[in-house]
Ligand binder design. Structure first.
Ligand SMILES: Nc1ncnc2c1ncn2[C@@H]1O[C@H](COP(=O)(O)OP(=O)(O)OP(=O)(O)O)[C@@H](O)[C@H]1O
Length: 252
């Protein structure tokens, strides 16, 4: 069974048809990397997967559960916010900007959601958060506030924070784009380790090296469609579509 099924997804913002029929499946443990030019709809697609955006047509299923909607006689009805929040517990998201709580330490940032959302006892949430901070290489920074951490360290806290909810699926939206170049490697390493541990991941990135090395599937999006997808190494070495070729020649 595919963990994620994206079926015929369209998204319009007013007159602007941003997603024009996206079909994609992601298997358990798969790392699905999405590349494409600015404005091609990559972020919008990720945001449709966890219902941060409503979709205009189509369906998204995670673990066979329709995300964001209830289907009655072929018609989709919005789930209520509590139901959507319940589904989002299964889907961690890491953004370009880390958006940590500035007045909370790294440890408090990571502990927060399990306590607030899942009612996890504080001691248990703390122990798990410390474990996760160690996993992302920040065991010695647990008492630091975001302003005392580099961008790369903040992003690793953000990853630990998402993992604290024990998600089935992790969405990464250009997680290294806002970082100074020398900080990118540490964040990518954490993502690589996560991939190795078997996490299912959808990753929007401009890091072609990451796509080649870590991705199981690479999809090239342009103009709101998936122009081509396949094995990352093959697709990068031998793109079939002229739009993919043109894009890769600019970024490689
Ligand atoms: N909330 C919104 N309202 C109106 N238009 C939007 C909204 N969000 C995105 N768009 C538009 O949808 C298009 C696709 O945006 P999206 O952010 O998904 O692209 P992207 O491929 O992720 O680009 P980038 O690589 O620059 O992040 C853009 O033209 C953008 O202006």
């Amino acid at each position: 069974m595919s963990l994620v099924r994206i079926e015929g997804v369209h998204k319009t913002f007013g007159q602007h048809h941003v997603l024009r029929g996206i079909d994609m499946t992601i298997e358990q443990g798969e790392v699905s990397v999405i590349i494409g030019p600015s404005g091609s709809g990559k972020s919008t697609l990720l945001r449709c997967v966890n219902k941060m955006e409503s979709i205009s047509a189509g369906r998204v299923y995670v673990k066979d559960e329709l995300i964001g909607y209830r289907e009655v006689n072929g018609q989709l009805h919005d789930l209520n916010p509590a139901e959507i929040a319940g589904q989002r517990r299964e889907i961690g998201m890491v953004f370009q900007r880390f958006n940590l709580f500035p007045h909370k330490t790294a440890l408090q940032n990571v502990m927060e959601a399990p306590i607030q959302v899942k009612g996890t006892p504080k001691a248990k949430a703390r122990a798990k958060a410390l474990e996760l901070l160690e996993q992302v290489g920040l065991a010695d920074r647990s008492g630091h506030y975001p302003a005392q951490l580099s961008g790369g360290q903040q992003q690793r806290v953000a990853i630990a924070r998402a993992l604290a909810m024990e998600p089935e699926l992790m969405l990464f939206d250009e997680p290294t784009s806002a970082l100074d170049p020398e900080l990118v490697g540490d964040v990518l390493q954490v993502m690589k380790d996560l991939a190795k541990s078997g996490m299912t991941m959808m990753v929007v990135t401009h890091e072609i090296g990451f796509a080649r090395e870590v991705g199981d599937t690479l999809s090239f999006m342009d103009g709101g469609v998936v122009v081509e997808s396949g094995d990352p190494r093959e697709l990068i070495a031998n793109p079939q579509h002229h739009r993919t070729k043109e894009f890769l020649s600019r970024v490689l």
